[in-house]
Design a binder for this molecule. Structure first.
Ligand code: SER
Length: 338
Protein backbone atom coordinates (compact mmCIF):
# COMPACT_ATOMS: atom_id res chain seq x y z
CA UNK A 1 0.00 0.00 0.00
CA UNK A 2 1.39 3.45 -0.83
CA UNK A 3 2.26 5.79 2.02
CA UNK A 4 -0.43 8.25 3.08
CA UNK A 5 0.55 11.87 2.69
CA UNK A 6 -0.02 13.98 5.78
CA UNK A 7 0.29 17.75 5.97
CA UNK A 8 1.33 19.02 9.40
CA UNK A 9 1.14 22.78 9.96
CA UNK A 10 2.88 24.27 13.00
CA UNK A 11 5.36 21.40 12.75
CA UNK A 12 7.88 23.11 15.03
CA UNK A 13 5.44 23.35 17.91
CA UNK A 14 5.28 20.93 20.82
CA UNK A 15 2.47 18.80 19.39
CA UNK A 16 4.14 18.93 15.96
CA UNK A 17 7.36 17.46 17.31
CA UNK A 18 5.59 14.66 19.16
CA UNK A 19 3.30 13.86 16.25
CA UNK A 20 6.08 13.75 13.65
CA UNK A 21 8.20 11.54 15.93
CA UNK A 22 5.34 9.13 16.32
CA UNK A 23 4.24 9.08 12.66
CA UNK A 24 7.77 8.50 11.42
CA UNK A 25 8.39 5.73 13.95
CA UNK A 26 5.10 4.06 13.08
CA UNK A 27 5.89 4.24 9.34
CA UNK A 28 3.66 4.28 6.28
CA UNK A 29 3.30 8.08 6.12
CA UNK A 30 4.83 10.79 3.99
CA UNK A 31 5.00 13.83 6.19
CA UNK A 32 4.91 17.31 4.67
CA UNK A 33 5.99 19.53 7.57
CA UNK A 34 5.19 23.22 7.41
CA UNK A 35 6.13 26.05 9.74
CA UNK A 36 6.74 29.78 9.60
CA UNK A 37 10.42 29.22 10.40
CA UNK A 38 12.75 26.47 9.13
CA UNK A 39 11.82 23.03 10.45
CA UNK A 40 13.77 22.07 13.58
CA UNK A 41 16.77 19.77 13.24
CA UNK A 42 15.15 17.30 15.64
CA UNK A 43 12.35 16.43 13.21
CA UNK A 44 13.83 17.35 9.83
CA UNK A 45 15.06 13.90 8.88
CA UNK A 46 11.66 12.36 9.68
CA UNK A 47 9.80 14.34 7.04
CA UNK A 48 9.36 13.81 3.32
CA UNK A 49 9.28 17.54 2.60
CA UNK A 50 10.00 20.66 4.63
CA UNK A 51 8.06 23.82 3.90
CA UNK A 52 8.99 27.16 5.43
CA UNK A 53 6.03 29.43 4.90
CA UNK A 54 2.94 31.14 6.19
CA UNK A 55 -0.49 29.53 6.43
CA UNK A 56 -1.79 33.01 5.59
CA UNK A 57 -0.24 32.68 2.13
CA UNK A 58 -2.96 31.03 0.01
CA UNK A 59 -0.67 30.80 -3.03
CA UNK A 60 1.83 28.69 -1.13
CA UNK A 61 -0.97 26.42 0.08
CA UNK A 62 -2.43 26.12 -3.42
CA UNK A 63 0.99 25.23 -4.82
CA UNK A 64 1.42 22.54 -2.17
CA UNK A 65 -2.00 21.24 -3.03
CA UNK A 66 -1.08 20.88 -6.70
CA UNK A 67 2.08 18.98 -5.80
CA UNK A 68 0.69 16.49 -3.26
CA UNK A 69 -2.39 14.43 -2.55
CA UNK A 70 -3.08 14.89 1.13
CA UNK A 71 -4.91 12.13 2.92
CA UNK A 72 -5.04 13.98 6.24
CA UNK A 73 -4.29 17.51 7.39
CA UNK A 74 -3.14 18.08 10.97
CA UNK A 75 -3.62 21.79 11.36
CA UNK A 76 -1.57 22.55 14.48
CA UNK A 77 -0.32 26.09 13.76
CA UNK A 78 -1.70 28.65 16.23
CA UNK A 79 -0.80 31.52 18.53
CA UNK A 80 -1.47 30.41 22.12
CA UNK A 81 -3.51 32.29 24.69
CA UNK A 82 -1.02 34.64 26.38
CA UNK A 83 0.61 35.65 23.10
CA UNK A 84 -2.82 36.05 21.50
CA UNK A 85 -3.82 38.58 24.20
CA UNK A 86 -0.69 40.59 23.38
CA UNK A 87 -1.25 40.47 19.60
CA UNK A 88 -5.00 39.96 19.19
CA UNK A 89 -5.35 40.93 15.54
CA UNK A 90 -2.39 38.78 14.53
CA UNK A 91 -3.85 35.92 16.60
CA UNK A 92 -7.17 36.30 14.82
CA UNK A 93 -5.46 36.22 11.44
CA UNK A 94 -3.35 33.16 12.24
CA UNK A 95 -5.89 31.23 14.29
CA UNK A 96 -9.00 31.95 12.21
CA UNK A 97 -7.94 33.05 8.71
CA UNK A 98 -5.16 30.45 8.75
CA UNK A 99 -7.66 27.72 9.62
CA UNK A 100 -10.02 28.94 6.90
CA UNK A 101 -7.18 28.72 4.33
CA UNK A 102 -6.44 25.14 5.38
CA UNK A 103 -10.13 24.18 5.21
CA UNK A 104 -10.24 25.59 1.66
CA UNK A 105 -7.22 23.50 0.75
CA UNK A 106 -8.94 20.43 2.17
CA UNK A 107 -11.95 21.15 -0.05
CA UNK A 108 -9.70 21.58 -3.10
CA UNK A 109 -7.95 18.33 -2.29
CA UNK A 110 -11.22 16.44 -1.89
CA UNK A 111 -12.32 17.70 -5.33
CA UNK A 112 -9.02 16.72 -6.93
CA UNK A 113 -8.88 13.31 -5.30
CA UNK A 114 -12.62 12.58 -5.24
CA UNK A 115 -12.52 11.52 -1.59
CA UNK A 116 -13.04 12.84 1.92
CA UNK A 117 -10.03 14.53 3.46
CA UNK A 118 -9.49 14.16 7.17
CA UNK A 119 -8.91 17.41 8.99
CA UNK A 120 -7.59 16.95 12.52
CA UNK A 121 -7.82 20.04 14.68
CA UNK A 122 -6.41 20.64 18.17
CA UNK A 123 -8.79 22.88 20.06
CA UNK A 124 -8.46 23.78 23.72
CA UNK A 125 -10.06 24.11 27.15
CA UNK A 126 -9.73 27.84 26.37
CA UNK A 127 -13.06 27.59 24.51
CA UNK A 128 -14.69 27.50 27.95
CA UNK A 129 -15.29 30.56 30.06
CA UNK A 130 -16.39 30.21 33.69
CA UNK A 131 -17.64 33.54 35.03
CA UNK A 132 -16.07 33.28 38.53
CA UNK A 133 -14.21 30.92 40.86
CA UNK A 134 -17.31 29.88 42.72
CA UNK A 135 -18.97 28.72 39.50
CA UNK A 136 -15.74 27.01 38.44
CA UNK A 137 -15.60 25.03 41.70
CA UNK A 138 -19.26 24.07 41.54
CA UNK A 139 -19.12 23.13 37.84
CA UNK A 140 -16.45 20.42 38.30
CA UNK A 141 -16.11 18.33 35.13
CA UNK A 142 -17.79 20.18 32.33
CA UNK A 143 -19.27 18.78 29.13
CA UNK A 144 -18.56 19.88 25.57
CA UNK A 145 -21.70 22.03 25.35
CA UNK A 146 -21.35 23.90 28.65
CA UNK A 147 -19.87 27.34 29.48
CA UNK A 148 -18.92 28.17 25.91
CA UNK A 149 -18.23 31.84 26.62
CA UNK A 150 -14.47 32.20 26.22
CA UNK A 151 -12.85 35.37 27.54
CA UNK A 152 -9.63 35.19 25.51
CA UNK A 153 -8.92 35.90 21.85
CA UNK A 154 -7.38 32.42 21.60
CA UNK A 155 -10.48 30.74 23.09
CA UNK A 156 -12.78 32.69 20.78
CA UNK A 157 -10.60 31.80 17.77
CA UNK A 158 -10.58 28.10 18.70
CA UNK A 159 -14.34 27.92 19.32
CA UNK A 160 -15.10 29.69 16.04
CA UNK A 161 -12.63 27.50 14.13
CA UNK A 162 -14.33 24.39 15.52
CA UNK A 163 -17.57 25.79 14.13
CA UNK A 164 -15.94 26.60 10.79
CA UNK A 165 -14.69 23.01 10.57
CA UNK A 166 -18.15 21.68 11.33
CA UNK A 167 -19.62 24.02 8.72
CA UNK A 168 -17.16 22.88 6.07
CA UNK A 169 -17.90 19.25 6.90
CA UNK A 170 -21.69 19.58 6.86
CA UNK A 171 -23.03 22.72 5.24
CA UNK A 172 -20.36 24.10 2.91
CA UNK A 173 -21.99 25.82 -0.09
CA UNK A 174 -25.31 24.37 0.93
CA UNK A 175 -27.20 26.45 -1.65
CA UNK A 176 -25.29 24.97 -4.61
CA UNK A 177 -27.18 22.59 -6.87
CA UNK A 178 -24.69 19.89 -5.92
CA UNK A 179 -23.31 20.85 -2.51
CA UNK A 180 -19.98 19.41 -1.46
CA UNK A 181 -21.14 18.33 1.99
CA UNK A 182 -19.22 15.53 3.56
CA UNK A 183 -16.01 16.14 1.62
CA UNK A 184 -14.16 17.11 4.78
CA UNK A 185 -14.04 14.79 7.75
CA UNK A 186 -13.43 17.34 10.50
CA UNK A 187 -12.38 15.99 13.92
CA UNK A 188 -11.20 18.02 16.87
CA UNK A 189 -9.93 17.58 20.42
CA UNK A 190 -10.16 20.19 23.16
CA UNK A 191 -6.80 19.70 24.81
CA UNK A 192 -6.08 20.47 28.43
CA UNK A 193 -2.69 22.00 29.31
CA UNK A 194 0.01 19.77 27.85
CA UNK A 195 3.30 18.85 29.53
CA UNK A 196 6.19 17.54 27.48
CA UNK A 197 9.51 16.40 28.87
CA UNK A 198 11.19 17.19 25.56
CA UNK A 199 10.00 20.71 24.73
CA UNK A 200 8.60 23.85 26.37
CA UNK A 201 5.49 25.63 25.10
CA UNK A 202 5.66 29.23 23.89
CA UNK A 203 3.05 31.86 24.67
CA UNK A 204 0.46 29.77 26.50
CA UNK A 205 -1.15 30.41 29.88
CA UNK A 206 -1.05 26.80 31.06
CA UNK A 207 2.74 27.13 30.65
CA UNK A 208 3.27 27.44 34.41
CA UNK A 209 3.22 23.66 34.86
CA UNK A 210 5.75 22.73 32.14
CA UNK A 211 7.90 25.74 33.09
CA UNK A 212 7.92 24.62 36.74
CA UNK A 213 9.02 21.14 35.66
CA UNK A 214 11.84 22.23 33.35
CA UNK A 215 13.15 24.95 35.68
CA UNK A 216 13.20 22.54 38.63
CA UNK A 217 15.08 19.96 36.58
CA UNK A 218 17.60 22.64 35.60
CA UNK A 219 18.07 23.64 39.27
CA UNK A 220 16.73 27.10 38.54
CA UNK A 221 14.37 29.19 40.67
CA UNK A 222 10.85 29.47 39.34
CA UNK A 223 8.29 32.17 40.03
CA UNK A 224 4.95 30.61 39.28
CA UNK A 225 2.55 33.20 37.85
CA UNK A 226 -0.62 31.62 39.29
CA UNK A 227 -1.85 31.04 42.87
CA UNK A 228 -1.14 27.79 44.71
CA UNK A 229 -4.80 26.73 44.60
CA UNK A 230 -5.06 27.11 40.81
CA UNK A 231 -6.49 24.02 39.19
CA UNK A 232 -7.00 23.15 35.51
CA UNK A 233 -6.69 19.82 33.65
CA UNK A 234 -3.33 18.70 32.26
CA UNK A 235 -2.01 15.79 30.24
CA UNK A 236 1.34 14.25 29.39
CA UNK A 237 2.34 14.91 25.77
CA UNK A 238 2.49 11.24 24.70
CA UNK A 239 -1.18 10.86 25.63
CA UNK A 240 -2.06 13.96 23.60
CA UNK A 241 -0.37 12.49 20.53
CA UNK A 242 -2.01 9.10 21.03
CA UNK A 243 -5.38 10.84 21.32
CA UNK A 244 -4.92 12.64 17.98
CA UNK A 245 -3.97 9.40 16.26
CA UNK A 246 -6.80 7.46 17.85
CA UNK A 247 -9.34 10.05 16.83
CA UNK A 248 -7.91 10.10 13.31
CA UNK A 249 -8.26 6.31 13.06
CA UNK A 250 -11.77 6.06 14.55
CA UNK A 251 -14.54 4.89 12.19
CA UNK A 252 -16.64 7.92 11.20
CA UNK A 253 -19.91 6.18 12.08
CA UNK A 254 -18.81 5.88 15.72
CA UNK A 255 -18.31 9.61 16.17
CA UNK A 256 -21.17 11.46 17.83
CA UNK A 257 -19.26 14.77 18.24
CA UNK A 258 -17.15 16.88 15.90
CA UNK A 259 -15.01 17.98 18.85
CA UNK A 260 -14.21 16.06 22.02
CA UNK A 261 -13.00 16.81 25.55
CA UNK A 262 -10.20 14.61 26.85
CA UNK A 263 -8.81 14.55 30.36
CA UNK A 264 -6.05 12.86 32.39
CA UNK A 265 -5.28 14.65 35.71
CA UNK A 266 -5.83 18.01 37.33
CA UNK A 267 -3.58 18.76 40.32
CA UNK A 268 -3.41 22.25 41.84
CA UNK A 269 -0.28 24.32 41.15
CA UNK A 270 0.78 23.62 44.75
CA UNK A 271 0.39 19.86 44.27
CA UNK A 272 2.56 20.12 41.16
CA UNK A 273 5.26 21.98 43.06
CA UNK A 274 5.26 19.38 45.86
CA UNK A 275 5.90 16.55 43.41
CA UNK A 276 8.75 18.52 41.87
CA UNK A 277 10.28 19.48 45.23
CA UNK A 278 10.31 15.83 46.17
CA UNK A 279 11.98 14.83 42.90
CA UNK A 280 14.45 17.72 42.73
CA UNK A 281 15.56 18.63 46.24
CA UNK A 282 16.91 21.99 45.22
CA UNK A 283 13.73 23.07 43.40
CA UNK A 284 12.92 26.62 44.50
CA UNK A 285 9.34 27.45 43.47
CA UNK A 286 7.61 30.66 44.57
CA UNK A 287 4.04 31.64 43.83
CA UNK A 288 3.74 35.22 42.63
CA UNK A 289 0.41 35.51 40.91
CA UNK A 290 0.11 37.75 37.86
CA UNK A 291 -3.51 38.80 38.22
CA UNK A 292 -4.05 39.16 34.47
CA UNK A 293 -2.84 35.69 33.51
CA UNK A 294 -4.48 34.32 36.67
CA UNK A 295 -7.85 35.65 35.49
CA UNK A 296 -7.48 33.69 32.24
CA UNK A 297 -6.68 30.45 34.06
CA UNK A 298 -9.50 31.06 36.56
CA UNK A 299 -11.93 31.19 33.64
CA UNK A 300 -10.87 27.71 32.45
CA UNK A 301 -12.55 24.65 34.00
CA UNK A 302 -11.13 22.62 36.89
CA UNK A 303 -11.72 19.51 34.82
CA UNK A 304 -13.61 18.30 31.75
CA UNK A 305 -15.98 15.41 31.19
CA UNK A 306 -14.50 13.12 28.54
CA UNK A 307 -17.21 10.43 28.58
CA UNK A 308 -17.97 10.89 24.86
CA UNK A 309 -14.33 10.37 23.79
CA UNK A 310 -14.13 7.31 26.03
CA UNK A 311 -17.21 5.71 24.59
CA UNK A 312 -16.92 6.79 20.92
CA UNK A 313 -13.23 6.10 20.25
CA UNK A 314 -12.00 4.35 23.40
CA UNK A 315 -10.01 7.30 24.68
CA UNK A 316 -8.09 6.43 27.82
CA UNK A 317 -4.97 8.19 29.11
CA UNK A 318 -1.97 5.98 29.70
CA UNK A 319 -0.53 8.44 32.21
CA UNK A 320 -2.21 9.20 35.51
CA UNK A 321 -0.61 11.99 37.56
CA UNK A 322 1.72 9.60 39.41
CA UNK A 323 2.67 7.65 36.33
CA UNK A 324 3.20 10.79 34.24
CA UNK A 325 5.76 12.09 36.73
CA UNK A 326 7.42 8.86 37.80
CA UNK A 327 7.62 7.10 34.41
CA UNK A 328 7.79 9.89 31.87
CA UNK A 329 8.37 13.48 33.00
CA UNK A 330 10.93 13.18 35.78
CA UNK A 331 13.18 10.48 34.27
CA UNK A 332 13.16 12.19 30.86
CA UNK A 333 13.94 15.70 32.09
CA UNK A 334 16.62 14.36 34.46
CA UNK A 335 18.33 12.80 31.48
CA UNK A 336 17.82 15.88 29.31
CA UNK A 337 19.49 18.27 31.77
CA UNK A 338 22.06 16.01 33.39
N1 SER B 1 -2.05 25.54 26.41
C1 SER B 1 -2.95 26.52 25.87
C2 SER B 1 -2.60 27.88 26.35
O1 SER B 1 -2.17 27.97 27.48
C3 SER B 1 -4.36 26.22 26.27
O2 SER B 1 -4.84 25.16 25.51
O3 SER B 1 -2.79 28.82 25.67
Amino acid sequence: MSAKTILVTGANGEIGHGLIDYLSEYGGFQIIAMDLVPIDEAVKSKCHRLVTGDILDPHLLETLSTEHNFDTIYHLAALLSTRAERQPTLAHRVNVDGTLNLLEIAITQSRLQGKRIKFIYPSSIAVYGLPDLETKKKAGKIKENQYLSPRTMYGINKLYSEQLGTYYANYYRQLDAHPLNGQIDFRGIRFPGLISAATLPKGGTSDFAPEMLHMSAKNKNYECFVREDTRIPFMAMPDAITALLKLQAAPAEKLTHAVYNISAFNPSALEFSKILKEAFNSADIKFISDYRRQAIIDSWPEDVDDTAARSDWSWEPKYSLDKAFSEYLIPTVRKKYS
